[in-house]
Design a protein around this ligand. Structure first.
Ligand SMILES: [Cu+2]
Length: 488
């Protein structure tokens, strides 16, 4: 699996690391490797996107990183960059990621592969890539200033691995603030001996959180108050459901590279935890649950047999992680007469220059995200004023009649604290329309926020209909692409 050149290169770097210390090793590798490997794009070679895995892992939203073959090596070209990403209708942020997305695309390889990752740094500052959990040479550990020189802006570093492990792994910048800006991605090592029992569907979900102040687009990497909770870079209801055929055996792989732990809960099923960031757990040690706590820097694989049809919620169970655009200012907001909202921060939120009065004082109303250009603002013809049932029904034809608030709602202290207390008012089915959402109950999107999505266990006829629509969409770089090629 390794050719002679690779062997010499790896032997050299290992020897240098052991004998001469990491600094010499890093310098030597930086001088040596680019010259050896040549063009990263391997011109003339067709990128491969559908590797021969028994069950390709689907990473919704971000998909896979394609590769080329160079001799016996699978060559991936990973580019770190600043990018704009729409995480929710009306909310686009300036994230840092890889090859166009945050998280970056998933790398899928087989146990036994020789893998080369050409890393180009297009960030405005130095970086490097850490390969989390890899048992390999320290020279490829990606620790800037420790195992290698930091890769300068415009610079390149080439990582080489002989894959002897199997399981759910990941890569990330080892500079903390870069990581919190989105610089992470999945690395799936498929086992040379397939796992038993066979899984028909296999999904990877990155659990992410950003702190983005209202009227801002840049995640504050120092802030501990996260107001956007994401699955693969999308907040509910913009997240894409996981499409499953009734009877499928399903694996869900969770990866958490944030600041909080996430108890991931699946409705309607008991699953078994079958793997961690350390690989497969032997079957006798699997444990059952319907919630699995995914700690920071951990991966958890769970498996279930999808034998109960329905659109089943899959979500982090921390209440604040089931919300969007949380704010630390809470209080009455929309239903009192005379409160301005949907305006600038001074007027709408009573912030910064309250005249007269103080922030959140009686003179000014807090908006708590409504009227700030996301979600219902664009979906509804009226947002911050009292939203009557009639208005909501006009704006969202077909929405279930969930009823308006009680007649005495305004007598309830502090009601409503957040728009979530007015579920149907936040529905945005049309704004997040996609084939995977076909047939969901109208108005569903008003009840899905933050780190939430569905496992849609569909009977054959409905499954075929949704799959047909997904194929018909012919989306470029469809994350479901490798799977769609396999289903008739
Ligand atoms: Cu959570």
């Amino acid at each position: 699996m390794s050719n002679r050149r690779t062997f010499l290169q790896r032997a050299f770097s290992a020897g240098a690391a052991l004998c001469a210390g990491p600094r010499l090793s890093a310098q030597a590798m930086q001088m040596q490797m680019p010259a050896e490997t040549g063009s990263p794009a391997a011109p003339g070679k067709q990128p491969l996107t559908s590797p021969p895995f028994p069950t390709p892992v689907v990473t919704t939203e971000v998909g896979d990183l394609s590769y080329t073959m160079d001799g016996g090596a699978k060559v991936f070209h990973l580019v770190s960059e600043v990018l704009r990403q729409k995480i929710h209708p009306g909310k686009t942020i300036d994230a840092w990621g890889f090859n166009g997305s945050a998280p970056g695309p998933t790398i899928q390889v087989n146990q036994g592969d020789h893998v080369r990752v050409i890393f180009d740094n297009h960030l405005p500052e130095p970086s490097s890539i850490h390969w989390h959990g890899f048992e390999d040479l320290v020279g490829y550990d990606g620790m800037p200033g420790i195992s290698q020189e930091p890769v300068t802006p415009g610079g390149r570093f080439i990582y080489e691995f002989d894959i002897h492990q199997a399981g759910t792994y990941f890569y990330h910048s080892h500079m903390a603030m870069q990581e919190m800006a989105g610089m992470l991605g999945g690395f799936i090592m498929h086992p040379s001996t397939p796992y038993h029992p066979h899984c028909d569907k296999d999904f990877l979900l990155h659990l992410q959180e950003y702190a983005v102040l209202p009227n801002n687009t840049v995640p504050n990497t120092m802030n501990m108050e996260y107001n956007w909770l994401l699955l693969n870079g999308k907040a509910g209801p913009a997240s894409t459901p996981l499409i499953v055929r009734l009877g499928d055996r399903v694996r869900l792989r969770f990866v958490n590279l944030g600041m909080d732990h996430h108890p991931m809960h699946l409705h309607g099923y008991t699953f078994h935890v079958t793997g961690t960031e350390g690989g497969r757990i032997q079957e006798s040690a699997w444990w059952p649950g319907n919630t699995v706590l995914v700690g920071v820097a951990q991966a958890r694989d769970v498996e279930l047999t999808a034998n109960r049809p329905g659109d089943w919620m899959l979500h982090c169970h921390l209440p604040h992680h089931m919300m969007n655009q949380m704010s630390s200012n809470v209080g009455s907001m929309t239903r009192r007469p005379g409160q301005p909202a949907g305006v600038d921060m001074n007027t709408g939120m009573g912030m910064l220059q309250g005249t007269p009065g103080a922030p959140s004082g009686d003179d000014y109303g807090t908006s708590l995200g409504r009227g700030m250009g996301f979600g219902s603002t664009a979906d509804m013809e009226t947002t911050n004023g009292p939203l009557s049932r009639e208005k909501a029904m006009q704006a969202m034809p077909g929405m279930p009649d969930a009823g308006d608030i009680a007649k005495n709602a305004n007598a309830v202290p502090g009601f409503p604290q957040d728009a979530y207390m007015e579920g149907p008012a936040m529905a945005m089915d049309r704004m997040v329309d996609k084939p995977e959402n076909y047939g969901l109950r109208p108005g569903w999107s008003g009840f899905m926020m933050g780190m939430m999505t569905f496992v849609r266990v569909l009977p054959p006829d409905k499954y075929d209909e949704v799959i047909a629509r997904m194929k018909q969409a012919q989306r470029p770089n469809d994350p479901y692409g490798a799977l769609l090629q396999r289903v008739s």
